[in-house]
Each structure stands twice: as structure tokens, then as C-alpha cells.
Design a protein around this ligand. Structure first.
Ligand SMILES: Cc1cc2nc3c(=O)[nH]c(=O)nc-3n(C[C@H](O)[C@H](O)[C@H](O)COP(=O)(O)O)c2cc1C
Length: 217
């Protein structure tokens, strides 16, 4: 016996209703998750920046006061630059260069430079260096990277911006020279880039949609 048309129509209507509700729910959850991921990423980036430039040293919205620059000395990718200012005066810029020549490829860095061209600090954001050999560049593995704080192109003199094995001032690691050499080079190049472009870096209009160099934790 065939079911009455009325039953078929109401079954179809219920099915339709559930599919609309289901789709709505999925997109709501998706939107919610996307917003949360973006917020986590913002907080993670802010935490990394404030690790290098303390929050009390500036009074602008450092995440919004960002630009993107491109220069072969800073790597092949666009480099996000976050500017810290107090009462409108330049305090520091945090750049995100990439050292192309790690032992296992690229090493992504955050390099914070004060307006006086000295380093507020350097951190490694991502690398593929060998555990136990190249990974002491990670602040969680050794304090090596903290040694850059306070240095500048004149301190040590630019000629000494090399690892000790190459006649410079920076320690290499036991059995691993390639990784620290790549980081020292990248930091030196970033300092030189900053010195040559400081006025432009601070005067350029902030851009929206600058890609965060920090991945969500
Ligand atoms: C499997 C393997 C992994 C290595 N990983 C690294 C590394 O991550 N970073 C590094 O600088 N050297 C690494 N090395 C050592 C380099 O090949 C190279 O010998 C060393 O960096 C040179 O340092 P030295 O001048 O102190 O000998 C690795 C070597 C091997 C065999």
C-alpha cells in the first residue's frame, strides 16, 4: 500500500528542516572556531612580541601597527614588522626574518631592535635543526639566543659578527657550527637592514592583513 501524499510531504519537510538546521549548526561552529583560532594566534603573537619589547615600554597597538616588507637580506618571504611607539616616538621594531641556510633548511626568527639600533632580543620561531646538535638555538633548550640582547652592529664590531670558528665573537655548539652561523648571519643582516631603513620602517602607514609569523599554540 502506498503511503498517503500528506505523509510523504511532511516527512520531506521534516528532513528538509533537519538538513537546514544541521548545516546552520555546522557553519556556526566553524565560524566560532575560526574566530577562536584567530584570537589565540593574536594572543600568541602578542605574547612573543612582549617577551622582547615589554608592554610598559610602548603605548600603541603593536599588533595593528604592522607593515610587511620584502628584502633578499631578510629571506625570500614577506617579512612582518611590528612597530612599538611611546607618545608617538619610535621605541622598537620587531622583524620576522628567515635564515635560509640552517643545516636542515630555513630558521624563522623574531628580531627586536630598539630605536637606538641595539637588539631588544632575538627568538627562534621555527626550525628543523637536529635535536641535540643544532637545536640549542631554541630558548627552551639553551640560553644561547638570549646572548644577542643588548648587542648592535658596533658591539661587537661588525667584523666580529661571526661564530668563533670563523674568527668572530659568537659561540658555536659542540659539533654544530652551521646552525649558529646561519642565525648570527641573519641577525647581522637584519640589524644592517634596520639601520639602512629605520626612518622608512617607522614612517610607513600601517597595513591591514599582515600575515602573523607566529603559529597558533
Ligand atoms: C645527522 C647529522 C645531523 C647534523 N645536524 C646538524 C645541525 O642541526 N646543525 C649543525 O650546525 N650541524 C649539524 N651537523 C653537523 C654538520 O654536518 C657539521 O659537521 C657541523 O655543523 C660543523 O661543525 P664543526 O665545525 O663544529 O665540526 C649534523 C651532522 C650530522 C651527521
Amino acid at each position: 500500500m502506498k503511503p498517503p501524499v500528506k505523509t510523504i510531504v511532511s516527512a520531506a519537510a521534516i528532513l528538509g528542516l533537519f538538513s537546514v538546521l544541521g548545516t546552520g549548526l555546522v557553519s556556526l561552529v566553524h565560524e566560532n572556531t575560526r574566530t577562536r583560532i584567530a584570537e589565540n594566534q593574536r594572543q600568541s603573537l602578542l605574547h612573543s612580541l612582549q617577551n622582547l619589547v615589554p608592554a610598559e615600554d610602548y603605548d600603541n597597538d603593536i599588533l595593528a601597527d604592522a607593515i610587511e616588507v620584502g628584502d633578499p637580506e631578510l629571506g625570500t618571504k614577506p617579512v612582518a614588522v611590528y612597530r612599538a611607539r611611546k607618545s608617538g616616538q619610535a621605541v622598537a621594531a620587531v622583524l620576522s626574518p628567515t635564515a635560509p641556510d640552517g643545516y636542515n633548511g630555513e630558521i624563522r626568527l623574531l628580531v627586536a631592535i630598539k630605536a637606538d639600533e641595539s637588539l631588544a632580543g632575538v627568538r627562534v620561531l621555527a626550525h628543523k635543526e637536529t635535536p641535540g646538535l643544532g637545536d640549542p638555538i631554541d630558548e627552551n633548550k639553551s640560553p644561547w639566543i638570549l646572548g644577542f640582547t643588548g648587542l648592535s652592529l658596533n658591539n661587537p664590531p661588525e667584523i666580529a659578527w661571526k661564530v668563533k670558528r670563523d674568527g668572530g665573537a659568537f659561540d658555536q655548539f659542540t659539533g654544530a657550527t652551521i646552525t649558529p652561523r646561519a642565525v648570527v648571519n641573519a641577525v647581522r643582516k637584519t640589524l644592517a637592514y634596520f639601520a639602512a631603513n629605520k626612518a622608512a620602517l617607522f614612517s610607513q602607514q600601517a597595513q591591514s592583513g599582515v600575515d602573523s609569523p607566529v603559529e597558533d599554540e
